[in-house]
Design a protein around this ligand. Structure first.
Ligand SMILES: N[C@@H](CCC(=O)N[C@@H](CS)C(=O)NCC(=O)O)C(=O)O
Length: 212
């Protein structure tokens, strides 16, 4: 089983967290999408050109949530569990974190790398608006539960951790005490610490290149 990914990609980190939580062995290949040749070569693996993508026994398994569903039966702990109601709520939170937190944090990060005159203010405002709604929602939810779907770490938490990791830099949540406590809980996990450590050198290199 081989994972195509990049250590600074949030959706790759989401899958890595799930793999580390389960202790599943896998081969890995870093994909450099900013390198034209790297991107072109990767299209032979996954024509949509998005990371992560898992290849297992000839099966192409793209999309972070689908990869987590695919590996979920391979080892404990289960990351999508419970009756139909709970598994729907896990998927719902996973979608919320991907679509309205992660994607908007990525918009803010990429916009911040552009000169002010080239930034799309409308896009930035919309991203901030949706992040604020997410923060209100999360602050309320984490008032009475440790993790996104109760008291166990599950798939939605794999999605939240990479998004919050970057959100700290561009959309700080320090005014939201329940989100801060959740973030502390997430960062106490070795799976989350490991993706942070693996990403650190690449983030430093990326920042240096963009500052130049
Ligand atoms: N819905 C996809 C999103 C994957 C995604 O957008 N990955 C980013 C990196 S974090 C990517 O491949 N970006 C390159 C591109 O869009 O060309 C998932 O959950 O895996």
């Amino acid at each position: 089983m081989k994972l195509y990914y990049h250590p600074i990609s949030t959706y790759s980190q989401k899958v890595l967290i799930a793999l580390y939580e389960k202790g599943i062995e896998f081969e890995r290949e870093i994909i450099h999408l900013t390198d034209p040749q790297g991107r072109a070569d990767y299209l032979d693996v996954y024509p949509m050109g998005k990371i992560p993508c898992l290849i297992d026994d000839g099966h192409m398994v793209p999309e972070s949530s689908i990869i987590i569903e695919y590996i979920d039966d391979m080892a404990d702990p289960k990351l999508i569990k419970g009756d139909a109601g709970l598994s729907r709520r896990i998927r719902f939170k996973d979608r919320m974190f991907d679509l309205y937190l992660n994607n908007n944090v990525a918009i803010l990060l990429f916009q911040s790398l552009k000169p002010k005159k080239d930034q799309d203010q409308e896009l930035i405002d919309k991203a901030r608006f949706e992040i604020d709604i997410m923060y209100s929602f999360m602050e309320h939810e984490f008032g009475n539960q440790d993790y996104a779907n109760g008291h166990e770490f599950l798939m939605a938490d794999c999605a939240a951790a990479p998004a919050l990791n970057y959100a700290q830099m561009i959309a700080p949540f320090d005014q939201h005490k329940n989100i801060c406590k959740y973030w502390e809980r997430l960062t106490s996990r070795s799976s989350v610490q490991r993706i942070q450590e693996e990403a650190a050198p690449a983030i430093a290199a990326f920042m240096e290149k963009n500052a130049a």
